[in-house]
Every structure is written in C-alpha cells, then in structure tokens.
Write a protein that binds this ligand. Structure first.
Ligand SMILES: O=c1ccn([C@@H]2O[C@H](COP(=O)(O)OP(=O)(O)O[C@H]3OC[C@@H](O)[C@H](O)[C@H]3O)[C@@H](O)[C@H]2O)c(=O)[nH]1
Length: 341
C-alpha cells in the first residue's frame, strides 16, 4: 500500500481525485512559503499570536531567572526579594542577581555564581593541595570536597597529620600521596593550591635549609607542573614576607623590612622567593596565579605545641589556670580568699 501523505495544512483540504487510489493527491493545494521545510511551513501555518506571546513570556522568564546580566525589573525584584529573605533551601537563591558578598553568606553556602545555566551543575575540578594534611590545608581539602571537587593531597607529613584528613579516606574523590615537593611529581589537575611548608617557627627553624629548599625548589616544581598542565596556581604566602614591618597595618603594596641573614630568614625569604617565582611564571608563561598572604590563623586541628602566637597564648593561659587551681586545691587558703570567692 502506498504511503499516503496526510496533509494537515490549515487551508482547503485537497480534493481526492484521480489517482487518489494511488495514495497521492490529484489536486495539490498551492503551497505558500513552499521554500520552507515542511515542519517550518506547518508551524507558520498553525501559529497563533497567543501561543507566540506565551512562548516569548516563558523564554523571558527563564532568561531572567537563569542569567543575571539582563534581568527584567519584575523578575529581578522577585529574585532579589527571594534572595534577601534567602534561606539555604530557597531554590532561587542560587540564581540571585545580587553578588554573593552582598547577601548573607550563610544563606548562599551553595551559591554557585549567577552564570550557571538553569539546571546545569558546576563542573567538578581536579585539585592538587600540597601540604593538605596540615592545619590550613586540611580545612581547604574539606571545603573543596564539600563543593564537589576531587582532591589529591601531596604531603610529606613533616608537620601534617593523617588524622587531619582521615575522615576523607573512604571518599572516592580523595587521594593522598606521601611525597616531598622538593622532588618533582607529574599529575593531571585543573588547580594547584601550594601550602607545603612548615609554618611554625618551631618547625621551620628545625631544619632551615630544608625549609628554604621547600619554598624555592618545591614551589619551582609546582609552578613547572602548573605550566605543563595549564593549571591555575595558588601560593599560600605569609605575613612574614613583611619581616619586621615599619608600616602598620601593612598594605599589599608594602615591600617589607626583612632580615636576609636571620634565624627566621629561611621562612621569610623563602616565602618571598616563592612569591617572586610565582609572579615570574605569571609574567613569563602567562600562568594564572594567586598569592594569599595568610596572617595568624587558629582553629581546630592546630597543635597546642604549634609554637605560633595564638597557640602559645592558649597554652600559657591554660597552664596558669591549672597551676592556680592546683595550688588552691592543695592549700585551700582561708581568710581573705574565703571572703572573696
Ligand atoms: O617539606 C615539607 C614541609 C611541610 N609539608 C607539609 O605542609 C603542611 C604545612 O602545614 P602546617 O600545619 O605546618 O602549616 P599551616 O597549614 O598552618 O600553614 C600552611 O598554610 C599557610 C602558609 O602560610 C604556610 O606556609 C603553610 O605551611 C604539613 O602538612 C606538612 O607536613 C610538606 O608537605 N613538605
């Protein structure tokens, strides 16, 4: 049986005539826009202005919600009202047109930036964190895994501890390589966070030559790897690059006041050299780089005997509290203390 072309046009239906039995049409209607493909001709013939208007309104709404660049006033008002009263489970909070730093960050923990097309997730990155078993590095690893990236930690455990990252050992997106960055390593990643270096004076003075070697050769190895795989590179530098600053507070353009031959120079000058190398790779090889000069940090996973100012303060205060309590318990002085306490 011949296939019969079913004419669904809106105009006069063809009159079945001779040859109809053949499944063809005897009188074919004149076809306006005959140069168009059949589907286009059908759409052109069937279109209704109200449908076109509905389609345009839906498209405009999707564009306003999904892209922050040109929100319509009403959509922007709707979205910003959502975001201002944003709760973490607000479906539109992620697409708010306001920059994240203008909104309560707690409500935008899952803010992925307004440029993410509707319904598409942020692309997971492969990230290398050197020194990721350390105090700052392990918290960075937590954050990267939480946002869906896969993380490789390279660490020689000189001051870092497996305990800092053991909670990720069952995570398929986490790997740890016990390796010293003064030896080259080849990995395929999208970003490199370079934190490998002892940070406490107690540790970096223990072997000053190793400290500056890690800062110079280790950073060179990581920059070479970043250039080879075109990965973005971040160096965690330190406030120590200002040395004994003559300017307070220090602005980033301040060059510092550093002793090149002191007992702390292995760290201070080591980090300054690491910054120099980082900028040279940026200028010379057009590498995408970031430098973060981290000042005194403290928090969970910091060792009480870390040797830095905050941990020293906490350790000493705790010690004095314990001594006073012991003395009080032992001698239980009567009289004035009884009155006071
Ligand atoms: O040669 C080395 C030395 C150290 N490391 C590792 O690097 C990590 C350093 O972590 P630490 O806890 O000692 O130091 P923090 O995490 O506090 O400071 C870290 O981030 C901030 C930067 O300014 C510091 O230079 C960096 O050490 C440790 O896991 C240590 O094992 C190496 O992998 N190789």
């Amino acid at each position: 049986m011949a296939s019969e072309l079913t004419y669904r046009g809106g105009g006069a239906s063809p009159v079945a005539g001779a040859g109809a039995g053949a499944g063809g049409y005897s009188a074919k209607p004149s076809k306006p826009l005959a140069w168009l493909p059949r589907a286009a001709r059908y759409a052109a013939a069937e279109h209704r202005p109200v449908f076109a208007l509905a389609g345009m309104l839906i498209a405009a709404a999707v564009i306003c919600i999904a892209s922050p660049s040109a929100p319509s006033s009403s959509a922007a008002a709707a979205v910003s009202s959502y975001s201002s009263s944003s709760s973490t489970n607000n479906p539109l909070a992620r697409f708010s047109v306001e920059p994240a730093h203008h909104r309560d960050l707690a409500s935008t923990r899952h803010f992925v930036g307004g440029k993410v097309p509707l319904g598409l997730k942020r692309k997971a990155l492969r990230v290398l964190v050197t020194g990721g078993a350390g105090f700052v590095g392990s918290h960075l690893v937590d954050r990267l895994l939480e946002r869906g990236d896969s993380v490789i930690v390279v660490d020689n455990l000189f001051t870092g501890r497996k305990d800092n990252v053991v909670h990720h050992f069952a995570n398929p997106n986490f790997e740890m390589i016990r390796h010293d960055v003064v030896e080259p390593i080849l990995l395929e990643v999208d970003q490199i966070y370079h934190l490998a270096c002892p940070a406490s004076p107690v540790h970096y003075k223990y072997n000053p030559v190793k400290t500056i070697k890690t800062n110079v050769v280790g950073t060179l190895n990581m920059l070479g790897l970043a250039k080879r795989i075109n990965a973005r590179f971040l160096l965690t530098s330190t406030s120590e690059v200002y040395g004994d600053p003559l300017q307070h507070p220090q602005v980033e353009t301040y060059w510092g006041n550093v002793n090149p031959i002191g007992v702390r120079s292995c760290y201070d000058e080591g980090k300054r050299t690491a910054e120099t190398l980082t900028m040279d790779y940026h200028r010379g090889a057009n590498l995408q780089v970031r430098i973060a000069r981290i000042f005194n940090t403290y928090g969970p996973r910091m060792c009480i005997d870390d040797g830095r100012v905050v941990s020293n303060f906490v350790a000493q205060v705790n010690m004095h509290i314990i001594v006073v309590l012991l003395l009080y318990k032992l001698y239980r002085p009567r009289g004035i203390l009884q009155l006071v306490l």
